[in-house]
Ligand binder design. Structure first.
Ligand code: SAH
Ligand code: SF4
Ligand code: F3S
Length: 457
């Protein structure tokens, strides 16, 4: 732990009277967004306010993602466009944080080709931010801190984006080394937070009125494997479910290889745990799954799905799918379409394979053209649209509990939210309902959402 108190008061002195404004933008997964909230927490302590307008900002931090090439390209595009901003206002400070900073070739590229960047902040060095800012304020040309000193288990001060939905990381890193994936290289090995730290954070959030707690990890269901048997993920779910209050517990992502009967038991036993599981399948082909190092077969995956459907026929499943993994044949792809039809996902998040330097798959030969990959993606999305349209009809005539989270952008006078099953639900109402649980009787199903009317209980 480093004590930032002295540095923070020095920064406040240098900044002077006017409150400086920071623009912080997070890319990538919810874990990264959660880190962004911690960065903001530290900035608030230093006296910063926040702005959504880069042109107004005294400090810009881009909290980056490295999972696919287009995520990185976007960041480089944005940093490139900031050159002008910096020329106009040389005292503007620009920092790059997040997963991109953990790849040495990227860190080098930033340093060499983007002189407008003042500092680089590593994913486990968030607490090093005050020191970096102080260096910049004192005139340093470029500073970087990619050390690892964050106390990952303790609750950090955060500026949370929502007043009713909260993300709570329960573990960091990943041990799985799926051959396509950069995450284990940029986030390190799995580290589980102490159960008592998680429990007290969730208790505090529920006391402050949070209605949805999202437990986060790259592989949440292997939570506790480094805690010597003290607490497993299903046990943690049961412990959190016992906290008094009206709230939901969600979690993601779960790895099929660790989806145990104990986990399914806990989901169905715990009334506060949402009736939805995000279970990334990636591919329906055993050969591709083997080359991805996923450590399950389509049959094993379907065994989990069948067990869930046996207990809750309406239970909702969503997934991640990669299209065009190196040398994916038409037959492999057909197996992916087949598993989608068999499982009937409520939603899928699909990605065209992106080569990541340093991963095993980056060395694999790939004869499939980009055109073919694009065509497969379109076929996959078309199939999912058909499945969702058909599958969402099961909710017509049912009553769903919904956490209202926004006024509808598509329909005036309507509010939208997510049901326990993670389905988007629209209903008539106004902004006063946002952040509340509402019961909705479903009257109509579309391919992206369902609609209904509010009912009083
Ligand atoms: N830890 C989570 C997800 C991590 S990244 C899990 O295992 O489920 C989120 C998704 O991005 C992955 O599930 C995968 O579908 C996709 N993804 C990861 N690396 C990718 C790559 N190189 N190309 C395309 N998609 C990728
Ligand atoms: Fe990446 Fe696989 Fe780990 Fe998920 S489980 S973060 S896909 S290596
Ligand atoms: Fe991206 Fe890092 Fe998350 S690579 S998906 S932001 S862990």
């Amino acid at each position: 732990m480093n004590d930032n108190t002295v540095i923070i008061s020095e920064i406040k002195r240098l900044i002077g009277g006017r409150q400086p404004l920071a623009f912080v933008r997070s890319f990538g997964c919810q874990l990264n967004t959660s880190d962004g909230e911690k960065i903001k927490g530290l900035l608030r302590k230093m006296g910063y306010g926040f702005t959504e307008d880069e042109a107004q900002a005294d400090l810009i931090i881009l909290n980056t993602c490295a999972v696919r090439e287009n995520a990185e390209d976007r960041v480089f595009g944005i940093v490139g466009s900031m050159k002008k901003l910096k020329e106009l206002r040389p005292d503007l400070m620009i920092g790059i944080a997040g997963c991109m900073t953990a790849q040495s070739h990227i860190a080098e590229k930033i340093k060499k080709s983007y002189p407008q960047v003042d500092f680089v902040l590593g994913t486990s060095a968030i607490n090093g931010l005050p020191r970096l800012l102080l260096d910049c304020l004192n005139g340093a040309k470029f500073s970087a801190d990619i050390a690892e000193y964050d106390d990952f288990s303790a609750e950090a001060e955060q500026v949370r984006e929502s007043s009713f939905k909260a993300s709570v990381p329960i573990m960091f890193g990943c041990n799985n080394f799926c051959t396509y994936c950069i995450v284990p290289y940029v986030r390190g090995r799995e580290r589980s937070r102490r159960p008592e730290d998680i429990i007290s954070e969730v208790e505090g959030l529920v006391r402050s009125g949070y209605k949805e707690i999202m437990l986060l990890g790259q592989n949440v269901n292997s939570y506790g494997s480094d805690l010597g048997g003290e607490m497993s993920f299903p046990q943690l779910l049961r412990r959190l479910n016992a906290i008094d209050g009206d709230f939901w517990i969600r979690f993601m992502s779960s790895h099929p290889k660790d989806a145990s009967v104990e986990l399914i038991d806990a989901i169905f036993d715990c009334d506060k745990v949402a009736k939805h599981l995000h279970l990334p399948v990636q591919s329906g082909s055993d050969e591709i799954l083997r080359r991805m190092n996923r450590r399950y077969t389509a049959e094993k995956y379907l065994g989990i799905v069948d067990e869930i459907r046996r207990r809750g026929p309406d239970f909702s499943l969503t997934t991640d799918i990669i299209v065009g993994f190196p040398d994916e044949t038409e037959e492999d792809f057909a197996a992916t379409l087949a598993i989608m039809e068999r499982v009937k996902y409520d939603n899928i998040y699909s990605f065209i394979y992106s080569k990541r330097t340093g991963t095993k798959a980056a060395e694999m030969p790939d004869a499939v053209s980009e055109e073919e990959k694009g065509a497969r993606m379109r076929r996959l999305l078309e199939l999912q649209r058909e499945i969702s349209t058909e599958h969402y009809k099961r909710f017509i005539g049912r009553r769903m509990r919904v956490l209202a989270d926004d006024v509808s952008k598509k329909r005036k006078g309507y509010v939208s939210g997510k049901s326990s099953e993670f389905i988007i639900v629209e209903f008539e109402g106004d902004s006063s309902l946002i952040g509340q649980f509402v019961d909705v009787e479903i009257t109509e199903a579309m391919n992206w959402a369902v609609r209904g009317r509010r009912v009083k209980v």
